[in-house]
Design a protein around this ligand. Structure first.
Ligand SMILES: [Zn+2]
Length: 315
């Protein structure tokens, strides 16, 4: 990690001159920001994964099989341990696979994604589980490969017909895309960019409870990017719309795929610039400024929201 400051104070310049490799772990002021380009947990969650070009599916090899049924992922349960089935396990699961696709390789092992027939019931020892419920049961790289599989399965399912002329589509063989053989329209996997922002004021962070949260959890603010909008403009608009606060000094923090079903979270820090908290009742049920000693329940650290709040607490 590298830390930097929007405007260096003379004191900090001196510190840098005398200790150029110093890391501001315990004493970093809240006006300093973290740049996570070197943190693999934030920017490279799938360092063991290689996103190969589309290829034919090989279910005879010892690869991973990411099989979804109505958005839930097939897992193997053995002695209370949860794992991703091997492709060789699939023959024993009693499932009818639809739209199989090769999505890449993890540690050199091919990864296959597919849907199973909605009426399928897996064999004993296998279950379909919500992907989010597996966050604490699977290693992080597997979670993110499963997320990629979920995005690509959802994309294939929703692009079986051309959006322009209605003709059945086909896989494009030289890149990951779907093409209409009649009119030539090409569709790439859909991504929906969204910003997420940690707003800081003195030694406090702005946390809010979204109306959609089913449990009393508080998080940093987030929202989807509008057409023609820059990411920085989106940060300012979302914060203003959701809690009525203005921000400045917006700085990049990191990014994370959020495959539910196709978001890309781009995270920023920002400084409070003015205004009183005023909730948008259509989105937010509560919001406030929290010190690290007085945090409410927050998201798990596997999410970039959790990583930002963890960074705030460790600074
Ligand atoms: Zn078409």
């Amino acid at each position: 990690m590298q830390y930097f400051q929007p405007s260096l104070s003379p004191n900090m310049i001196n510190l840098r001159l005398h200790r150029p490799s110093w890391r501001f772990i315990d004493t970093v002021p809240k006006t300093w920001y973290v740049q996570n380009k070197q943190d693999p947990k934030v920017c490279d969650p799938m360092s063991r994964f290689k996103a190969d070009l589309p290829a034919s599916v090989d279910l005879s090899s010892d690869g991973f099989a990411f099989i979804f049924n109505r958005g839930r992922l097939l897992v193997k349960i053995l002695n209370n341990a949860i794992s991703i089935p091997n492709t060789t396990d699939i023959a024993n699961c009693g499932l009818t696979l639809i739209r199989k696709q090769h999505i890449g390789s993890l540690d050199g092992r091919p990864c296959t994604a597919a849907e199973s027939d909605p009426g399928d019931i897996p064999a004993t020892g296998y279950q379909f589980r919500e992907l989010r419920s597996l966050f604490t049961h699977l290693e992080e790289d597997l979670i993110w490969v499963a997320g990629r599989a979920n995005q690509l399965v959802d994309w294939q399912r929703t692009h079986q017909y051309c959006g322009a002329c209605g003709h059945p589509t086909e896989d494009k063989l030289d890149e990951r895309a779907i093409i209409c053989p009649k009119c030539g329209l090409i569709n790439y996997p859909r991504l929906s960019p969204a910003v997420i922002v940690a707003v800081l004021k003195d030694d406090k962070i702005l946390l809010a409870r979204n109306k959609r949260f089913q449990i009393p959890i508080y998080s940093v603010l987030a929202g989807f990017v509008e057409p023609s909008e820059t990411l920085e403009q989106c940060v300012q608009r979302e914060v203003k719309e959701e809690v009525g606060v203005e921000v400045k000094n917006i700085r990049y923090f990191g990014s994370q795929p959020w495959p539910f079903p196709n978001s890309l979270m781009i995270a920023f820090t920002a400084e409070y610039a003015g205004g009183e908290i005023s909730l948008n009742p259509s989105e937010i049920t509560d919001a406030g400024w929290y010190s690290k000693e007085n945090l409410p329940q927050v998201p798990p650290k596997i999410s970039i929201a959790g990583k930002m709040i963890d960074w705030f607490c460790s600074a």
